[in-house]
Write a protein that binds this ligand. Sequence first.
Ligand SMILES: C[S@@+](CC[C@H](N)C(=O)[O-])C[C@H]1O[C@@H](n2cnc3c(N)ncnc32)[C@H](O)[C@@H]1O
Length: 199
Amino acid sequence: MGDAPGMLAGHPDRERWNARYEGRDAVSFEPHPLAVRALSLRPPDGPVADLACGPSGSALLAASAGRRVTAVDISDVALGLLAREASRRGLAGLITVVQADLRAWRPDAGGYAIVLCTGYWDRAVFAAAAGAVTAGGLLGWESLTDAARRRRPSLCAGWCVGPGEPAALLPPGFAVLDLRDVPSAPHGAKRLMLARREA
Ligand SMILES: C[S@@+](CC[C@H](N)C(=O)[O-])C[C@H]1O[C@@H](n2cnc3c(N)ncnc32)[C@H](O)[C@@H]1O
């Protein structure tokens, strides 16, 4: 699993998220609505990248649709849960799990028909993700917004998109297909965006 897990041993993000996943009683493997929508829009042939994937139902859905999936997360516990479920469903051959810090890992430019990232925000990761979308492909993103910090002041500002983001950060050649805020989401206000790169 992954590219250099040893280097991530003491990483605070890994420790925090491993502890959360280890404490979970059950995992739903429900695909994210952005993944469902993106797959329904008949994107071009090609693989899917799921960044900060967790034990991702979206990766499982994409693989069940015949897509190769690269699923990246810093939590080896989350990736283990995903890998086990993929094996149970006979999808292991289609899903590559990569344990990596997204601040250091970069997807191949233009390499993916769909790039998904839900529940995570970093501007540099967003820029790399947009660059990884192939012509005609889709970028789906969900992140907390500044409004979430008003309810949870302890939230790090860097985890939340500001006004107009992430759409305002899309490079030229992307069209926004869907953009909406969910102000009363359980963990704080969040924003969902789906965009297509012109063919
Ligand atoms: C809120 S969860 C979202 C999981 C999944 N995408 C979803 O929508 O349910 C955030 C995920 O980001 C991962 N993560 C946090 N920091 C990371 C980092 N620096 N590099 C890679 N993944 C990270 C966590 O392990 C966790 O699985």
